[in-house]
Design a protein around this ligand. Sequence first.
Ligand code: ZN
Length: 328
Amino acid sequence: MIEQVYEKIYRCEIPLPENPLKVLNSYIIKGKDKAVIIDTGFNSNKCKEAFYHNLNRLDIDIRKTEVIVTHLHADHSGLAHELYRQGAKVFMSKGDGNTTKKMKEEKYWIEIGLQLKSFGLKVGEDFFDTHPGKIYAPSEEFDFTPLKEGSTVVVDEYRFQVISVPGHTPDMINLYEPKHEVYFSADHVLDPITPNIAFWGFEYPLILNQYFQSLKKIYSLKIKLMLPSHRKLIMDHKKRIDELLVHHQHRLQEIETILAQNKGDMTVEGVAKEMEWKILAKDWDAFPPPQKSFAVAEAMSHLEYLAHKERVHMSEKNGLVYFRIMEY
Ligand SMILES: [Zn+2]
């Protein structure tokens, strides 16, 4: 489905089958001599078909396009190599772009597996076999031009500023057109779902705090149309940002309550099991492995934040990370 959302700007749906996100909003800005495309869909036949169908409908030549990948997640980056091969120019942030390259190596997944084990998860041989980051990522290398805070993307009368918004991933970017007050929020601000804020390793410290800062950074911008990568368009970004900040405060409180009730040491999985998740699974054991890893990584980003605030105590024993409430 294609919907015009602003002058020369189209929201193009890319279905994400068997994924709770359901659909990616890929955006196309159709200029006179070139088109700018924001995000691609998975590296899968279904997504590829939908992507090219949208291009044909809008009569766009892939060789005259600039593809901007907002962050490394496969539903955004999956077809980058394919489009690059067909002649598109690909743009991405340096940090997320380089991680995309690493994610093609087995070593990356071994390290993620070890980290998840230290959080208490059982990670068998086949744990990542259905992980979108592994099965739907770009299958070949591609060159990209790095974008960073302050870079501009020009198409006809539009001058988009690149805004760096670390949080959902360590180096995610958004695009802002101040004159038109149009903002592409990728997975930074979503409605009604909430962006997953995952722990990415201690080399990206306090990622939840970075996310809060990135929300506050864009709060006062003049935005009349916010275009997110999933679900519905956002007309009142301040209201939605307030809601997201409250959501995470509730999450932090929920975790503190779980640890206070337990009184002793808990693993990250132990905490995640007790948290509430909006997922259609009868219990924790029925969570599909990717959802389990997202949930544990989200619990960990909040636990790390609470440890920094000295609300909880973090320790390590026999390769496992433990948390307990400060009073005990
Ligand atoms: Zn994402």
